[in-house]
Design a binder for this molecule. Sequence first.
Ligand SMILES: [Cu+2]
Length: 208
Amino acid sequence: MNKRTYLRTILGGCRVALANVLFVGHAVAASLSVHVADQAGKPVEDAIVYAVPVDGKLPARPPAGAVIAQRNKMFTPLVTVIQTGASVNLPNYDDIAHEVYSLSAPKRLELKLYRGVPAHPVVFDKPGLVVLGCNIHDMMVAYLFIVDTPFYAKTDSSGNANLAGLPGKSYRVTVLHYRQSDANARPTQTLDTAAKGPATFTIKLDAA
Ligand SMILES: [Cu+2]
C-alpha cells in the first residue's frame, strides 16, 4: 500500500466512523409529548413541563439563557422556564423607566429604575419559582420557573408541550403552573420516550 492509498483508507474509515456517530446520535435522541388539562378538563396554556432522566445523567453543557422583555408596561413572555444557573436578560423597550424586583426565595433582586438593556444579565442559581414585578407599575408581573434540568417546555394554547432531543429513555416528568391552587403540588409521572401518544396531566388551577 503506497502512502496515498493508505491515507485514503484512513480517511474513508474516519468518514464511516463519523457517519455512525451521527446516525447513532440521531437515532437515540427522542421526544415526549404531554397534554395538560385543568380540573374541568380544559387545556392549560403556559404550564411548565420538565423532564429529569431517571438515571440522573444530565448533559454537561452550560444552561441556555433567556430574555424577559418589558414592552407596553408588560413583561413578555408572561411565563419563562430556565435551567438552574442560567442567566436572564431583562431589557426595557419602553420609553419610560421600570424598576424590576423579586421578593421570591430563589432570587431576591431589585434593578434600580432603568431603560434599555441592563449591562449584566441576572443569574438564577437556585431552583423554584421567581415572580418578577415592577416597583412603579403594580400590574406588571412575570413568572420565571427555574428547574434542575435542560429538558423543559411550555404548553401552548391547546395545552400541549413537546420535549424534543431527549438523549435517554426514561424520565420523571413534572408539570407546574403559576395559577396552581396548591403551590406545592408537583404532579409527576415516569414516562418512556417509546410511549405512543401524549401523557395527560391534570392540575387544579385557581380562578384567573
Ligand atoms: Cu414599570
